[in-house]
Ligand binder design. Structure first.
Ligand code: MG
Length: 202
């Protein structure tokens, strides 16, 4: 039987991005944000224009802070189990600018699970402008023919569901509340234990 493919996001699924990002922002730019204030729409979160977003994004990414991100301890055993039955891939919206930092981080925290060849960069933020926020990972998802996506961003899950693929909306975060849930085609999973239960039952 052909193995199915699971695409997995990094930030706020495998890595504690919101906390690391907000800590950096508060220190570097004197913002007074809480991790629950995090959103992918940085211009709105910071209340600045796109020139300033691009300037800050370069500072953030050049800082290497993503190398220091903490991570979800409970993910590793679930990934080990899933890797026995499914093809696992990573699909991240991170910029290519931090590709090497990202690969190193993944290998350090999730050793033996993902080779470089299965870590995909969707290119959404490589050129930051007011269209970036509307882009999804679907092009990469189609290219790798992923059956499932585990992601904390609702827009990627909606795109996945629209394409007839299965989406798992990960985490109970301020930025991914659904007003009119449940959407049949999207399953909310609050934790890696819930991911395991989704694929294997209780
Ligand atoms: Mg994410």
């Amino acid at each position: 039987m052909t193995r199915q493919t699971i695409a997995i996001d990094i930030d706020d699924v495998l890595a504690d991005n919101a906390r690391g990002f907000i800590d950096f922002s508060n220190k570097m730019w004197g913002t007074n944000l809480d991790p629950s204030d995090y959103e992918e729409h940085w211009a709105r979160m910071w209340q600045v224009d796109y020139d300033e977003v691009r300037r800050r994004a370069d500072i953030f990414h050049e800082s290497g802070v993503v190398r220091e991100y903490t991570h979800a301890d409970e993910a590793l055993p679930v990934l080990h189990r899933l890797s026995g039955d499914y093809n696992l891939r990573i699909v991240t919206a991170r910029r290519l600018q931090i590709r090497q930092d990202t690969l190193d981080w993944v290998h350090t925290h999730y050793p033996g699970i993902f080779t470089d060849e299965v870590i995909h960069f969707a290119g959404i933020w490589d050129q930051i402008d007011d269209h970036s926020i509307h882009k999804t990972k679907l092009e990469v998802i189609d290219a790798i023919d992923a059956d499932f996506l585990i992601d904390d961003q609702l827009k990627h899950c909606l795109a996945m569901a629209d394409a007839g693929r299965q989406a798992l909306l990960f985490g109970d975060y301020a930025w991914n509340r659904m007003d009119d849930e449940p959407i049949d085609t999207i399953r909310r999973v609050d934790s890696w234990a819930a991911v395991e239960e989704y694929f294997y039952g209780k």
